[in-house]
Design a protein around this ligand. Structure first.
Ligand code: AMP
Length: 363
């Protein structure tokens, strides 16, 4: 099978690695000359909206997907007229805009933080009066890894905040004093079959994912699956989708969705019976989905900004090394490390050992 991927970053690279067993051939559309997925396929170096490049991608592909949310949903809708193209354009359009995303949660009775739509400083002043401080101001589109956001703690922070974020459409959210953050990664096939991996507990640093640990028998698993299934069914979704939640007591509050394979699902490569990447390909190509069972206690640590000493990491038993082949730059995700163990206690020991070796530079 020939797969066209919009985006050629590490997610595309790992999709291609998962496709090897299917003898899948990949073509990546990415404007960067150093797209790190290109080692595993053909690289069309062009902008996402470049008509001639999209024609080339169509000609080279039996099915199309994307690994990146900055492509316009109109492009995906156009491609879907000519080839199976998943996830569906509507899911992308919803996830690209925080207000649409939150409106979807609301319409499906999924709890979420207090939120208001902000199109002016006057809207912001009114929303702060209503929601209170602290609160988090976020751009509606193009935000990721905590970028395009500002925490408003006191009245002073509010005064020029609309202009400080660039006079663009925003949302204001109540600041949630959460116990911890979790995500759930789910996949839905073309026939509507759905599978969900175990809930993952996530630790962020400076808004970026630092560590993900899949949880067995988490008390909120069923709740998270129920919310995920509502969204997947509503969007008539095909492919992998990630859902991020804040946990407060026994309540899940929806933060955001990602209509693609997700950083908090990287542990599935070695830690689950079927990885998120393989199941995404299976879904997009209309193949039966694989089991999402966790195989062993495991965790994933992101490598950001600088690679730690590889051989020292590999000397810790149970580690798996993923270097994406990207030039190191502060704040840039350039790899991850999966740690596997026979017990939770052993996992913690190994995680501590690897954490001591990390030289992450968050910028
Ligand atoms: P986001 O890009 O919305 O996922 O935000 C990045 C990170 O910022 C989240 O994973 C949280 O750690 C933090 N964050 C975002 N929104 C809120 C909120 N409303 N309350 C508290 N922390 C937040």
């Amino acid at each position: 099978m020939r797969i066209g991927v919009i985006g050629g970053g590490q997610l595309g690279r790992m999709l291609a690695e998962a496709g090897a067993g299917f003898d899948a051939r990949f073509t990546f559309l990415d404007p960067s000359e150093s797209a790190c997925a290109a080692v595993h396929g053909r690289h069309i170096q062009a902008d996402w909206n470049d008509t001639a490049a999209l024609e080339q991608l169509l000609a080279a592909s039996d099915a199309i997907t994307f690994e990146f949310e900055n492509v316009s949903s109109d492009v995906v809708a156009m491609l879907a007229e000519q080839r199976p193209a998943y996830p569906p354009a509507r899911a992308l359009a919803t996830a690209r805009d925080r207000w649409s995303e939150k409106s979807l949660f609301r319409s499906l009775d999924i709890p979420l933080p207090p939120v208001a739509k902000i199109d002016s400083q006057a809207d912001l002043d009114a929303a702060v009066a209503d929601i209170g401080l602290p609160a988090v101001l976020k751009t509606r589109t193009l935000g990721y890894d905590g970028k395009g956001q500002k925490v408003l703690r006191q009245a002073d922070d509010v005064t020029d905040a609309f202009a400080e974020l660039g006079n663009v459409p925003l949302v204001l959210e109540g600041f949630i004093d959460f116990d911890h953050e979790v995500s759930v990664v789910a996949v839905r096939g073309r026939d509507g079959e759905t599978r969900v991996w175990p809930l993952v507990r996530n630790e962020h640093r400076q808004g970026m994912l630092h560590c993900s640990v899949p949880q067995i028998d988490h008390p909120l698993q069923a709740q998270a699956e129920d919310y995920a299934n509502r969204v997947l069914a509503e969007l008539d979704y095909v492919g992998v989708m990630a859902f991020e939640f804040f946990v407060q007591g026994d309540t899940l509050l929806a933060n955001e969705i990602a209509p693609r394979v997700h950083n908090s699902g990287h542990w599935t490569i070695e830690g689950a019976e079927t990885s998120q990447f393989e199941n995404h390909l299976r879904a997009v190509c209309g193949l039966p989905l694989g089991s999402t069972t966790r195989l062993a206690p495991c965790a994933m640590l992101n490598v950001i900004g600088a690679l730690p000493e590889r051989d020292a990491v590999l000397a810790v038993p149970g580690t798996r090394w993923h270097d994406y082949g990207k030039a190191p730059r502060p704040g840039r995700k350039i790899g991850h490390i999966t740690v596997l163990a026979a017990s939770d206690a052993q996992l913690q020991e190994r995680l501590n050992a690897v954490q001591r070796l990390l030289t992450n530079d968050l910028g």
